[in-house]
Design a protein around this ligand. Structure first.
Ligand SMILES: NC(=O)c1ccc[n+]([C@@H]2O[C@H](COP(=O)([O-])OP(=O)(O)OC[C@H]3O[C@@H](n4cnc5c(N)ncnc54)[C@H](OP(=O)(O)O)[C@@H]3O)[C@@H](O)[C@H]2O)c1
Length: 268
């Protein structure tokens, strides 16, 4: 990655987290080029990160080996039409993080360039993201590794062999942070009702969520076994888990993720 140029079209939240992650991993600021429609934003980012910026697609696109499209899905077609004339051969790998925009659409707008479609999630903003990635057949092995390096700089990534699985990824990890936030919110509310003050309840719940995620990710057994290990027969955890089961918790989670997947299919 030390000798490639990485361009970002759209320098918003997601783009900032990705190039921030790359800089933190040792990519040189001179390798990064940013484009956005907001000139003031570009000036501020250039000052803060010492990266290259330009308001003009023609100044950025031809020099890039990897071009990250980080604009909102609704402006993607317009942006692709504007950059397509500058995709000179050999074309860069185009990596799109826009939700719901298919590889077929991107290649219709850009031509048969190598495309990687990525579904990141918001914890990428704190370098703890989870991304699902799908590559078009034009993407080489080296480019796959570059895509992995890019997304692994803000967390972990997995490859999908079928693009249709992107809807499942959207339901699981794309929308997933909100499910955990909901559980945290409800646990904080319940803790306050049990007599704890708000700050105490929030500290305990957030640290417990962080600790459980860390333990599960570092353990050589799955979350089911970890749950069993902290559930003594007749104990407090079992009392709570039994109440969850009586309320149909597992079924509810299954239905919620199915709804998210169906909605992702509809939006796509
Ligand atoms: N945030 C997430 O959790 C998340 C998760 C999964 C996928 N994504 C995807 O990531 C993409 C970016 O999301 P984000 O949250 O980073 O959005 P964002 O903060 O709004 O960033 C998009 C940036 O692109 C700029 N822009 C708009 N039109 C442009 C154009 N024609 N040329 C160049 N730049 C242009 C926007 O400027 P203005 O603000 O002035 O319009 C903004 O600075 C979206 O497609 C979204 O679907 C985001």
């Amino acid at each position: 990655m030390t000798d490639i140029t990485i361009g970002f079209i759209g320098a918003g939240n997601m783009a900032s987290s990705i190039f921030g992650g790359l800089l933190a991993k040792g990519i040189d600021a001179s390798q990064i080029w940013l484009n956005d429609i907001d000139a003031q934003r570009l000036t501020a980012l250039a000052q803060e990160y010492k990266v290259n910026t330009s308001l003009n697609y023609e100044e950025i696109v031809p020099r890039c080996d990897v071009l990250v499209l980080a604009v909102k899905p609704q402006v993607m077609e317009q942006v692709c039409a504007a950059i397509a004339p500058f995709l000179t051969k050999p074309a860069p790998m185009v990596l799109s993080i826009a939700a719901g925009v298919t590889v077929a659409s991107l290649q219709q707008w850009l031509g048969q360039v190598p495309v990687v479609r990525v579904m990141p999630n918001t914890p990428a903003l704190v370098q703890a993201g989870a991304s699902g990635m799908f590559a078009s057949q034009e993407v080489s092995q080296t480019q796959r590794q570059q895509a992995e390096t890019l997304m692994n700089s803000v967390g972990q990534s997995v490859w999908l062999e079928q693009e249709a699985l992107m809807d499942a990824v959207t339901a699981v990890s794309g929308s997933g942070p909100a499910y955990f936030f909901l559980l945290m919110e409800n646990m904080i509310d319940a803790a306050i009702k049990l007599g704890l003050d708000k700050d105490t309840a929030t500290t305990l719940v957030l640290q417990t969520a962080l600790g459980a995620a860390k333990l599960a990710s570092q353990s050589d057994v799955g979350p089911g076994i970890l749950r069993e290990r902290v559930t003594s027969p007749g104990g407090t955890t079992q009392a709570a888990l039994q109440t969850f089961a009586e309320g149909g918790f597992s079924e509810l989670v299954h239905r919620a993720l199915t709804s998210a997947k169906q909605r992702s299919e509809e939006l796509g």
